[in-house]
Write a protein that binds this ligand. Structure first.
Ligand SMILES: Nc1ncnc2c1ncn2[C@@H]1O[C@H](COP(=O)(O)OP(=O)(O)OP(=O)(O)O)[C@@H](O)[C@H]1O
Ligand SMILES: [Mg+2]
Length: 283
């Protein structure tokens, strides 16, 4: 029976490859959650089947941002009380959200084994998705590292605030030196012009270029836009509430770029989300 289930899951996964992107940044308040949600919703509007993992386990807010009612969350999955599919809530345009818990200390202090347990829980997912976007917490905790490492692409969000670049650098350094990640996508958020976005990127790539062996790519420049805050107050996504605002247009452009990133066809030899889809393809 169990073998049957495993093989049918594997068959299911052979037919589709799920893209997994982690959104991170080191510093708090740079716009990770807003970028995650709006990218997810924008992708859903373009016909993708998208899921958001709210991996900010200490202080959840993806559901709050959208005014969604949540009964169960990742802590119940971890305790074995329910499956990942059972905690999913549906947001705008059918985006599935795996909610974290709100402010529970014990969840913020999960062990690396528990992070691995959560990542593996995705292999049992039955909900049909083609894209998973992981919203990580601020900082450079083990949890941020585990979830970023397990994704196929790591998006580092930076903005023009004093510690954003140094925090982003610290994050990239640890992911590179301790976890073997060498490719990073960068999004400059809350910038006043695209020139400012490019300058932020070039400052970051200068330091990484001097001290680390990593490849950075600027994949998005999102302007500072009052409509972001306005839509947060409305508990709506800016791509829905103000679709032709500058930030919404920049996020839509970013989401189109994201769709073009290839999904790796072989496992990387470390713990990855949906790793079995790659293993089964190579059997
Ligand atoms: N492009 C933008 N223009 C204007 N305001 C923005 C923009 N992006 C984000 N913000 C605002 O910045 C604040 C922080 O955004 P957000 O919560 O997405 O950041 P975060 O990186 O997820 O924070 P945390 O580290 O606390 O999880 C919010 O008030 C949000 O409305
Ligand atoms: Mg956040």
């Amino acid at each position: 029976m169990i073998v049957d289930q495993a093989s049918s899951l594997r068959k299911m996964n052979q037919t589709k490859l799920i893209k997994v992107v982690a959104v991170t940044g080191g510093k708090g308040g740079v716009g990770k959650t807003n970028i995650t949600l709006n990218t997810a919703i924008s992708l859903a509007k373009q016909g993708r089947r998208v899921m958001v993992l709210d991996a900010d386990l200490g202080l959840a807010n993806v559901d709050v941002l959208l005014g969604l009612r949540v009964d169960k969350n990742l802590s119940h999955v971890l305790k074995g009380e329910c499956t990942l599919d059972e905690i999913l809530v549906t947001g705008p345009h059918g985006v599935k959200i795996a909610p974290a818990t709100s402010g529970t200390q014990s969840m913020a202090e999960l062990s690396p084994t528990e992070h691995a347990g959560l990542i593996r829980a995705f292999s049992e997912l039955r909900t049909d998705i083609d894209t998973l976007i992981v919203d990580t917490a601020a900082g450079i905790s083990d949890m941020v590292m585990s979830f970023s490492r397990a994704a196929q692409d790591v998006v580092v969000v930076v903005c023009d605030e004093p510690t954003s670049l140094t925090d982003a650098y610290a994050l990239i350094k640890i992911l590179n030196r301790e976890h073997g990640v060498f490719k990073f996508k960068v999004v400059a958020n809350m910038v006043r012009s695209s020139k400012e976005g490019k300058e932020l990127f070039s400052k970051l790539s200068k330091v990484t270029g001097r001290f680390l062996d990593v490849a950075l790519e600027l994949v998005g420049v999102i302007p500072f836009d009052e409509n972001v805050r306005k839509s947060v107050r409305k508990q709506a996504a800016i791509v829905d509430a103000y679709p032709s605002s500058p930030a919404a247009e920049a996020i839509t452009e970013f989401s189109k770029k994201l769709m073009s990133w290839p999904v790796p066809s072989a496992p990387g030899g470390h713990l990855e989300f949906f790793v079995e889809q790659l293993v089964s393809r190579n059997e």
